[in-house]
Each structure stands twice: as structure tokens, then as C-alpha cells.
Design a protein around this ligand. Structure first.
Ligand code: CA
Length: 220
């Protein structure tokens, strides 16, 4: 798992971060704190946080669904880009990780924009649908266990409105998706979803080589 852009060497990546990303201090501090934790590679790259924030601003999104919150970098970046009455629903299974995220939301002044749903996200998405949530989100960001990526994508297709965006992290999977000799469960799950979305008539799509690969699908 890479948390920096594939194809950029250290020097060029450092340059990109210098002139290509305006990282708020609260996010820089969160990145430093998370880097000391186990699973630190699960944190998204600064350029990906900036990309997500830009997508929120470009689309004027007011309701965001996040599947996989970890320590809060992406949710904080997107919440900061929301209007004051915007809301982000965050799904994660870990109280330990999301306790770090809660502090980041508070430090960033966006805690009142965030609703945390602890538990398996497949169940949370079903609950949101059962509660009449179909079409109620403007943008979804999927970055959780790869085995359930297809279920998260299908859930997001129902929960996000037509014209809204579904974004998916790690779609380049450090290059393993393009190596036919690699066939572990996670790689297969991502490879199969990538192929499915490429031919999916329900969306328009572009895969951005940002960090470990970010798919941006717009629901038709
Ligand atoms: Ca990720």
C-alpha cells in the first residue's frame, strides 16, 4: 500500500507537496501523529486530500458519505471544504482510530458537520437505505476493506444522487492490479471492481493517478 503518488520520485513528490497542495496545519499535525501509528500507510496522501476537497468545492456538495475513516485525514479535508450547513457521514469499525479522527474534527472546527457511524459499513449503508437515504448524498468516498469494495460501490450507487460522485481510493494498488502474477483476494477485488466500473453504463468515470489511484465516477 502506497500513501504517495505512484511514479513520482521522492524529490518530485516533495516539490508537488510544496507548490501543489495547501495543507491546513490541522491536517499536517494529524498526518504527523498518524505516521507514528501502526497501519500508518492507510492514511491518504496530502495531494489526495486536496483533490477530494477540490471535488467537494467544485460540485458544491453538501452531503458526503465516507466509507473507511481511519484517523480522519480525508473526512477532515472534505469537511473543511463543505459549507457550514454541510454534513459528512463517516463509517468505520474502529473506535481507536476514530478517536484520533474526533480530535482532528474538533481541532479543525468541523465536529458539528460530522456524524460517525461505528460498525461494519455494509450494515450502515443498508441502514441508511432503509431509513430513506437513497439519493440523499452528493459525494461518496470509499477507502475501506477491499473485500467489500464492490458492496460499497453498489451501496453508494443507491445512496448518492444522479449527478453526484463516487470516489474510490487505492484503485492502482501500488501497481499490483496490473501484475497478472498477483492474485491475492484484495488485489482481485480491486481489479474486478476496476474492470466492472470501466464498463458500467450507470456512471461516467475517470481514474486519476493521484497517490495510490483515485477513481472518480459520476452517476448518470
Ligand atoms: Ca486508502
Amino acid at each position: 500500500m502506497s500513501n504517495r503518488s505512484i511514479g513520482l520520485d521522492e524529490e518530485l513528490h516533495a516539490y508537488l507537496l510544496t507548490v501543489g497542495v495547501r495543507e491546513p496545519e490541522v491536517l499536517r499535525a494529524l498526518r504527523d501523529e498518524t505516521a507514528k501509528m501502526p497501519n500508518a500507510g492507510m492514511q491518504i496522501a496530502p495531494e489526495e486530500g486536496a483533490t477530494l476537497a477540490m471535488l467537494v468545492r467544485l460540485t458544491g456538495a453538501r452531503r458526503i458519505l465516507e466509507v473507511g475513516t481511519f484517523t480522519g485525514y480525508s473526512s477532515t479535508a472534505m469537511a473543511l471544504a463543505l459549507p457550514p450547513d454541510g454534513r459528512i457521514t463517516c463509517c468505520d469499525v474502529s473506535r481507536e482510530w476514530t478517536d484520533v479522527a474526533r480530535r482532528a474534527w474538533t481541532d479543525a472546527g468541523v465536529a458539528d458537520r460530522v456524524e460517525l457511524r461505528l460498525g461494519p459499513a455494509v450494515e450502515t449503508l443498508s441502514e441508511l437505505l432503509a431509513a430513506g437515504g437513497a439519493g440523499s448524498f452528493d459525494l461518496a468516498f470509499i477507502d475501506a476493506d477491499k473485500a467489500n469494495y464492490d458492496a460499497y460501490y453498489e451501496g453508494a450507487l443507491r445512496l448518492v444522487r444522479p449527478g453526484g460522485l463516487i470516489t474510490i481510493d487505492n484503485v492502482l494498488w501500488s501497481g499490483r492490479v496490473a501484475d497478472p502474477s498477483v492474485n491475492d483476494d484484495d488485489t482481485l477485488a480491486i481489479r474486478e471492481l476496476n474492470a466492472k466500473i470501466a464498463a458500467d453504463p450507470r456512471v461516467d468515470v475517470v481514474m486519476l493517478p493521484v497517490a495510490d489511484g483515485l477513481t472518480v465516477a459520476r452517476i448518470r
